[in-house]
Structure formats: structure tokens, C-alpha cells
Write a protein that binds this ligand. Structure first.
Ligand SMILES: [Zn+2]
Length: 140
């Protein structure tokens, strides 16, 4: 797994108000809720996902979805996989696909917060993988 992927996971969690840093037996983890089902998901402070924790792209990569923070979220592998196999490859105008995207976007927006400075995050990832273009894009 690349450092870029870890950054995406960290920033997806940091900008989601359900995620916080918890102490578990002297070790600190990032803990919060799956964007689909609210099950608790964990990652470590370096962005390494716990078992079954994955990065969700709300508008699927298949349909040109970017790494914009508003388009990424933390999800269970199972939830993410179900959306991937059942929906992501449907045509863009498919009503079910659109309904799911709309619902997830609304949920992501409702959970949105600015990333807490106390988390000491690595630099914010660019929307498209590769050299940082230098112009921070506005996700709003
Ligand atoms: Zn889930």
C-alpha cells in the first residue's frame, strides 16, 4: 500500500466528525464510523487501515471520481465491495447508482469537519495521484 493511499485514508478520517483518536491499551488508534453502515472502523496514526477498513470513492473511480476529500470516505471492506460489485459499473444514469451516490454525498457532507490540527497530518493529498500541481483545488 502506498504512502499516498495512507494519506487519503488519514485525510478521509480527519475530515469526518465521527472519527477521533482513541487510546487502546496504551496504543493510539483512529476510530470512527463506516460511511455506509456506521460500523466502527479503525486505522493507525500512520493511516494503515485496521482489518476490514478500506477507502471508499463515493463517485466511483470507474466514473471518473477523484480523490477529492469530499469524494472519499472510510468504509468496511464488505460495504465497499458490495457497492463496487453491484453498482459501480452500472451506467452513470442508473437510478440506483445515482440514489446511492446522492445518499453517500449527503452523509459525507453532514459529517464534514476541517481536519483537526492536533492530528499532525501529512500534507493534504492532491485530487489526482501524482506530483502536486501546487494549486489547492476547492472541493466545495
Ligand atoms: Zn460498513
Amino acid at each position: 500500500m502506498s504512502g499516498f493511499h495512507h494519506r487519503l485514508l488519514l485525510w478521509a478520517a480527519a475530515t469526518d466528525r465521527t472519527f477521533r483518536i482513541e487510546d487502546r491499551n496504551g496504543e493510539r488508534f483512529i476510530v470512527g464510523k463506516c460511511i455506509h453502515c456506521n460500523a466502527l472502523r479503525t486505522l493507525d496514526l500512520h493511516g494503515e487501515p485496521g482489518p476490514g477498513t478500506t477507502l471508499e470513492h463515493i463517485v466511483p473511480r470507474h466514473h471518473g471520481g477523484t480523490h477529492a476529500l469530499a469524494n472519499i470516505a472510510i468504509a468496511c471492506a464488505r460495504c465497499n465491495g458490495q457497492k463496487g460489485s453491484r453498482l459501480d459499473h452500472r451506467p452513470w444514469h442508473d437510478a440506483t447508482l445515482q440514489a446511492v451516490i446522492t445518499r453517500l454525498k449527503e452523509r459525507r457532507e453532514a459529517r464534514w469537519r476541517e481536519a483537526p490540527e492536533a492530528w499532525g497530518l501529512p500534507p493534504r493529498p492532491p485530487e489526482v495521484e501524482g506530483p502536486d500541481p501546487g494549486t489547492p483545488s476547492d472541493h466545495s
